[in-house]
Design a protein around this ligand. Structure first.
Ligand code: DLL
Length: 441
């Protein structure tokens, strides 16, 4: 463990620390941010009465629209002279959401990322290939400061320019790589195409996040890059990467939320009531220590579960993989659909690669989903040598199996088109959208 004392606090100790920190945080919000003062006053909340973290459910939520309405700095709880860093996440429309940090916030950021990298297998003295974008995005610089704090050498590659990434992977000999899972897939594929034997690379661990991914993609990357891959989660509003992290020895059991800094809740997306561990809902975070931009019950819109793992190395709660964002959920003929549900189904198809796209259309009567999925590279070579009739037969056979498996697992009948290897868009360095929605808005 990177910070054994904190990472193995007893639950009682954690709750008591969280309660103390919650009170301080509420004071900071109430005294320094007119928006929160008004919000608490209007809701008739006396923050002095919120003494225990268990009382947090009485407090109002904060949403992304509150950040937009208070653009750029009006949710900051410190004078602008105390800002030490400003990041922003690019909104798809309009202005970005701006997040501010004090010097102490940057120390916290470095601490939680250092813990995360350690849990992912990284150790002091190792080298990390950081392919997250440097700039307003929190990924690049966030991982950077955490890796330095852990005592690693950072190779600040940033995203894109894949040829150069391959050269660095071979020549600079990083032990750890960090990027989005979709870009790790791109890198694995390009290594293969360039004849790079990944067994000869020094890289052993991949720390992947910033977008949803499933076991199907994990297997693809672990095989393709010859690494152990773990999940890193975070969002700019809460700090950036390093809000939670999967331990590389506990793969598939969820990611530890660094609860001494970020208090997680799962709430029902409609009733907004808190849900018990194990139930799926919207993830909500309260920042317990942030100075420049503290958040109370921030509605992330990410859908997942929280679970306490009695066999885990740490005492902090774990969050399951993100199924998707509530605003990215498709509603197809009354059925809720996340693209990760289709991705999960792809694990058992040896001849298919987890490179896919969901094309959503409306045929005038109803919404339809076409799953375009690629053939696996090796299978593609055998396939190319076949007669046209046999090709059609194989495509149909694979398509039929997949339609059935999707129907069984997701509850929807979708059309499937098995396309050639390389036909689906790849990540060029950052987050990749797997959905092409052609319905008229
Ligand atoms: O993506 C921070 C980050 C950088 C996390 C690098 C991990 C690694 P934003 O751009 O603000 O911040 O986007 C945050 O991305 O609400 C989720 O919807 C999604 N997301 C982040 N990590 C994961 C993950 C960064 N591991 C939004 N799994 C979040 C699934 C993720 N979704």
């Amino acid at each position: 463990m990177y910070n054994k004392e904190i990472e193995s606090l007893s639950i009682e100790e954690l709750r008591s620390l969280q309660s103390e920190r919650l009170q301080e945080m509420l004071q900071r919000q109430y005294n320094n941010v007119p928006f929160y003062k008004k919000q608490f006053d209007e809701a008739g909340i006396d923050i002095k009465k919120i003494k225990r973290i268990e009382d947090i459910h009485q407090l109002p939520f904060t949403k992304k629209t509150d950040l937009r309405d208070n653009y750029p700095y009006r949710l900051s709880a410190v004078p602008e002279e105390e800002f030490a860093r400003i990041h922003a996440s690019s909104g798809t429309t309009g202005k970005p959401t701006v997040v501010t940090y004090t010097k102490k916030d940057l120390d916290t950021f470095a601490e939680v990322v250092a813990r995360s990298l350690y849990a992912a297998g990284a150790r002091p003295g190792m080298k990390i290939h950081n392919a997250y974008g440097y700039g307003l995005f929190t990924g690049g610089l966030g991982v950077h400061i955490g890796a330095e704090k852990l005592g690693m050498a950072v190779i600040p590659v940033s995203g894109g320019m894949t040829e150069r990434q391959l050269m660095i992977l071979q020549d600079f000999k990083p032990d750890v790589i960090t990027c989005t899972p979709s870009y790790a897939q791109t890198l694995a594929e390009r290594c293969k195409q360039s004849g790079i034997d990944t067994a000869q690379l020094q890289v052993k661990y991949a720390v992947l996040g910033a977008e949803p991914w499933t076991e199907a993609v994990r297997q693809d990357i672990e095989k393709g890059l010859n690494v152990k891959a773990s999940n890193i989660y975070g969002l700019s509003e809460i700090i950036g990467p390093g809000v939670s992290q999967e331990d590389v020895d506990e793969q598939g059991t969820g990611s530890y939320v660094w609860e001494d800094h970020f208090y997680p809740e799962i709430v029902d997306k409609d009733t907004k009531e808190p849900l018990p561990y194990g139930e799926e809902g919207v993830l909500v975070f309260t920042t317990l220590t942030k100075e420049a931009m503290p958040f109370c019950r921030y509605w992330t819109n990410d859908i997942c579960t929280l679970n306490y793992d009695p066999n885990g190395k740490r005492t902090h709660v774990k969050m399951g993989k993100i199924k998707g964002r509530a605003d990215d959920m498709l509603i197809i003929r009354g059925v809720n659909l996340f693209h990760t549900q289709v991705e999960s189904v792809l694990t058992d198809f040896e001849r298919l690669a987890p490179q896919y796209q969901l094309v959503v259309e409306n045929n005038g009567r109803m919404d339809t989903v076409l799953v375009k999925v690629e053939k696996e590279e090796a299978f593609q070579k055998d396939y190319n040598a076949l007669s046209d009739a046999r090709k059609t037969e194989l495509d149909e056979e694979l398509g039929k199996k997949l339609v059935k498996k999707i129907k069984d697992n997701v509850g929807l009948t979708m059309k499937v088109e098995v396309v050639n290897f390389g036909d689906i868009p790849r990540s060029q360095g950052g987050k990749l959208s797997r959905i092409l929605d052609l319905r008229k808005k």
